[in-house]
Design a protein. Structure first.
Length: 333
């Protein structure tokens, strides 16, 4: 049914749809995703649009955005509306693992491919969705690069403590850390878990002053990691390395100022990267375009949103079709 009604609109714009957090807990990063998609739509339309099949002219892109309010139930409703009412051609996934799970379930039932750029929870990839195209690294790999770096720079730095929120995403990150240590032949010294509503970490950190870890890893929601960083700075815990998942976004620097220097973080994209991409703008060009449109620098969620749409475009052009099974097959190649 989806394929038939899309074919009836042949020659019109190609509708990209996304339910993403413009309000609520995830709005800070959800708005970055929207901004990245706006840049994508502007770029592809300026270049003449997308060609669907040989012998057809280019078709411009239309971006339809719905606010999921950082709520999985609202996200599911909005995805259903995008598919059934707006009759979108391409579904871009939301920001956040819980929201992505909700969106993917609706897309799977509707027979629509979902391009997942920002839902990294391992349970998403383990859920058996046949129509979800995963673009982002799984959460269990997030802090492994930091551990590789610490081991390479200081092989004797083996005392590692982990502080993680009791959320699905944080549990996935923590499980990846545990697996890294298992493969390395030793284990995390201490693993401290906390409820996501926790707003003060000083009582948890003070006992570490007597025997500080060499490296401290932290993963929680944005507000959790920010408060953990503030409390670490206030207590002046002597660490060789400290990595917090949220430290990779500019908001972390804005909140902590000069105190942000020295924190490590995983990142799916960096503005200073110098590699030549297979398609789309270089990191430098993307930053310039984003700043020209939005008057601020992008964080990695903006790049993830852009890339999600870009890969969908590559699959459309490779398949020569907007038919969902053809797009899924193109993504597998």
């Amino acid at each position: 049914m989806i394929a038939e009604r899309r074919n009836n609109r042949e020659g019109h714009t190609i509708k990209f749809g996304i339910a993403v957090s413009l309000s609520g807990r995830y709005a800070l990063l959800g708005r970055q995703v929207r901004a990245g998609l706006e840049c994508y739509a502007e770029d592809v339309n300026a270049a003449g649009g997308i060609v669907v099949g040989s012998g057809e002219g280019s078709r411009l892109v239309e971006l339809i955005v719905r606010d999921d309010r950082s709520d999985p139930h609202q996200c599911a409703r909005m995805v259903g509306e995008l598919i059934e009412t707006e009759q979108i051609d391409l579904l871009i996934g939301p920001y956040g693992s819980g929201l992505t799970l909700a969106a993917a379930a609706v897309a799977e039932t509707a027979g629509m491919v979902m391009w997942n750029h920002s839902g990294s929870g391992d349970r998403i990839f383990d859920a058996g969705f046949s129509l979800m195209v995963g673009i982002i690294s799984p959460a269990s790999s997030y802090l492994c690069g930091v551990l590789d770096l610490v081991r390479a720079e200081d092989p004797g730095a083996r005392k590692v403590d982990l502080i993680s929120a009791e959320t699905g995403f944080a549990r996935d990150v923590a499980s990846g850390v545990a697996l890294w240590f298992e493969r390395a032949g030793h284990s995390v010294r201490d693993h401290h878990r906390y409820p996501p509503a926790q707003a003060d970490f000083r009582n948890l950190l003070r006992p570490m002053l007597d025997d500080p870890p060499d490296c401290l890893l932290g993963v929680g929601r944005v507000e959790n990691d920010l408060q953990l960083a503030r409390d670490l700075c206030a207590l002046r815990l002597p660490l060789k390395a400290c990595a917090l998942v949220v430290a990779g976004i500019d908001h972390f620097r804005q909140e902590l100022g000069a105190a942000a220097d020295g924190f490590l973080a995983p990142s799916q994209w960096e503005s200073g990267a110098s590699y030549v991409p297979d398609c789309g703008p270089s990191a430098r060009d993307f930053v310039m375009r984003f700043q020209r449109r939005h008057a601020k620098a992008p964080d990695y969620p903006a790049a993830q949103g852009y890339v999600g749409a870009l890969i969908a475009q590559q699959c459309v052009e490779g398949a020569g079709s907007l038919e969902q099974s053809a797009l899924r097959a193109a993504a597998n190649r």
